[in-house]
Design a protein around this ligand. Structure first.
Ligand code: GLN
Length: 484
């Protein structure tokens, strides 16, 4: 077996047991990136020198017998909207094409503390707005399972990097599905943690009340390992939760005896591909045979989730993106004669079409004449959706749905119609609206393309959904890197 085919926990063990050095592990993954990324396009920046220096420092620590973190020696890829000190962080936008943050996001610091080796920054939809990676200003990312298809989005680069064996772990961010949907389309594991479980400090904000950082991996145990490394209270993020979050890694056995799994009809209706539905429900029945109890739950407000999400997310984005003005950092137009034209032209030239569409929509729904009709109503609907989840979780311990209504679509197939692109998020946005944790993992294939199954849990009950995910993994098998 090649080094790059190992899981994160496998690589960590090889390092600890002195069967491989951190430099050898880093070199193997950098070589894999070199060999396949010309075709996959997962990375915007490969930090080869930094990675080798970090790895060499770990090897020295190991020789000196110093304590080593839980991810020591393990390569990790990081989405390009997570600030990394002195390393270009672009959000895949022209407006930040040259931005090198003077500080690390909390999660980037935590990766270093855990001994992970950062191999690079991954492609995404511009400012995390999209479901296919096609709104990136710089490049398209190709799905490693079928290079003519999209990897999903917005964290498509991170999902593709893990699926291609370029890194065993990656960080993404999820505002309406951007970890889970690309995980589903690329056939890997992706976890969106509970809102507040992981610090957002240093994550370039899209919709602050919905954004969460989370892990990608090829196994459920690896996802738990990375989740443990990044979670926890952070005084630099006012929305970070004040609570103990016990470790999840090492506690998962996949035992689902007596677990009540909710099946909501609303997630299996119109717009969801029949073959996808069938795969997900087959897996649910296999869980039942393993001892879980399937129960019907009603989540009928799900039909309002998509419009609610696009109102709330655009409103917050219009405010968050006001900071990109060509003055303090990033792209500045060459065509201006006063402050206003500097702002106008820097933003007109720096932002792509999807970002502009959302800024305009968001500004509209917040404007004084329309605030009550749109924004206020969306906040009320958010309460309705949250209340329904609270009620559902009285009858069940986890909710099981498809992650994406379809398998990976062809590059270019949906770019002409934004509404068709938004429909890709139909099964994932309600979870951000409710602030809940959810994991996506593969549960088989339709026409040789992976199908993603989503498990949704109560707040801070990541362990329960990851344990159920482990049961799914035992039934459906562990994902391997794509043959490229
Ligand atoms: N695809 C969704 C959107 O375009 C979700 C994005 C995300 O989670 N960052 O807004």
């Amino acid at each position: 077996m090649e080094l790059y085919e190992n899981t994160a926990s496998g690589l960590h063990r090889l390092f600890i047991e002195k069967k491989a050095s951190a430099v050898e592990i880093a070199e193997a993954h950098l070589a894999r990136i070199e060999a396949v990324d010309g075709r996959v396009g997962a990375f915007l920046t490969v930090t080869k020198e930094e990675a080798l220096a970090q790895a060499a420092a770990l090897d020295e620590k190991r020789t000196a017998g110093e304590p080593l973190g839980a991810l020591a020696g393990v390569p990790v890829a990081v989405k390009d909207n997570i600030c990394t000190k002195d390393v270009r962080t672009t959000c895949a936008s022209k407006i930040l094409y040259n931005f090198k943050p003077p500080y690390n996001a909390t999660v980037a610091d935590k990766l270093r503390q855990a001994g992970a080796v950062t191999v690079g920054k991954t492609n995404m939809d511009e400012f995390a707005m999209g479901s296919s990676c096609e709104t990136s200003h710089f490049q398209k990312t190709h799905n490693p399972r079928d290079l003519e298809r999209v990897p999903g989005g917005s964290s498509g680069g991170s999902a593709a990097a893990v699926a291609a064996g370029e890194a065993p772990l990656a960080l993404g961010s999820d505002t309406g599905g951007s970890i889970r949907q690309p995980a589903a389309l690329c056939g890997v594991v992706g976890l969106k943690p509970t809102y507040g479980a992981v610090s957002r400090y240093g994550l370039v904000a899209f919709a602050s009340s919905l954004d969460q950082i989370g892990p990608f991996a090829r196994t459920v145990d690896d996802a738990a390992l990375l989740f443990d490394a990044i979670k926890g209270r952070d005084t630099r993020d006012a929305t970070s939760a004040h609570r103990e979050q016990p470790p999840v890694a090492g506690t998962l056995d996949g035992n689902v005896k007596g677990l009540r799994i909710g099946i909501p009809q609303a997630y299996y209706g119109e717009g969801v591909d029949d073959a996808v539905k069938a795969k997900v429900l087959d897996t649910a029945r296999a869980l039942e045979r393993a001892g879980a109890k399937l129960v019907d739950v009603s989540l009928s407000s799900t039909k309002y989730a998509l419009p609610t999400y696009y109102i709330l997310a655009c409103a917050e984005a219009s405010s968050n993106l006001a900071r990109f003005d060509g003055v303090k950092y990033g792209y500045r137009t060459e065509h201006y004669d006063d402050l206003l034209s500097l702002y106008e032209n820097s933003r007109s030239e720096g932002f792509g079409d999807e970002v502009k569409r959302r800024i305009m929509l968001g500004t509209f729904v917040l404007s004084s004449g329309y605030y009550d009709a749109y924004y206020h109503k969306a906040k009320l609907t958010q309460n309705l959706i949250r209340g329904e989840y609270d009620a559902a979780f009285r009858d069940c311990d986890a909710v099981l749905t498809p992650t994406s209504p379809v398998t990976a679509f062809k590059i270019g197939e949906r770019t002409a119609d934004p509404l068709q692109m938004y429909a890709a998020d139909i099964c994932t946005v309600p979870i951000n609206i409710a602030g809940l944790p959810a994991v996506s993992l593969p549960c088989g294939e339709v026409d040789s393309l992976p199908v993603g199954l989503q498990l949704i849990g109560r707040k801070f009950e990541e362990r329960i959904i990851l344990n159920a995910a482990k049961a799914v993994e035992q039934i459906c098998g562990v994902c391997a890197p794509a043959a490229l």
